[in-house]
Ligand binder design. Sequence first.
Ligand code: SAM
Length: 248
Amino acid sequence: MKIDVVTLFPGMFSGPLQESILARAQAKGLVQVRVVNLRDYAAGRHRVTDDYAFGGGGGMVLKPEPLFACVEALRGPDSRVILLDPQGERFTQALARRLARESHLILLCGRYEGVDERVRQNLVDEEISIGDYVLTGGEFPALVVADAVIRLLPGVLGDEAAPDQDSFSTGLLEHPQYTRPEEFRGLRVPEVLLSGDHPRIARWRRIMALWRTFQRRPDLLETADLTPDEQKLIEAFKQGKRPEEYLA
Ligand code: SAM
């Protein structure tokens, strides 16, 4: 996969893209990330990329010419052009999974009051918001999207199965996790996790994922893929039952 990020502030990407899993994924050739300076596509001696909003009011708007020139230079037949924008579709794990199947993403980072409406309507394939709040620019959202997508690419995470069990991938929140020591300040790791009994461990994890989702994100249960037994368990939780009663 290739990801091009178009920004007026390329320096904001140097740290995050050069650390840990994102750096290793690039070094292994699993993804190629390029940070493109929008200013390089602006015309004139001053390379102006923004201007006042027609109609008045404070704040600047990113001009269409450099954005069109930039995307037209980068775009190929398989490119997907994405504008990061608080008015876009809410970013989810399902959307990350869909984007991970693309071969070339072009992520456009807005700034100031945003981009000229003609960019939104005529240049981009989709708009993505990372949440209902407004940031100063699209750089952090682009990093959020790139990170969520890159970790799903085959070979990026050490354990291929790991993303399948993550929160939202199964439609539920993930089960609780523990590591060594077995006892810390009198707090013990659940015995089942030390048992080596893998079917029992899988059952514990599934029940705890259901419990955790029931407690924290009951909305997810409406669309999660549950067996009839699991649906009965959720009904029991609603009646006040606790997971311990089913884990004996
Ligand atoms: N005036 C715009 C509005 O009210 O919809 C907000 C512009 S915002 C200050 C500047 C840029 O930050 C946007 O063009 C977008 O690229 C980015 N941005 C801000 N919040 C975002 C969010 N929640 N998700 C994605 N991008 C965001």
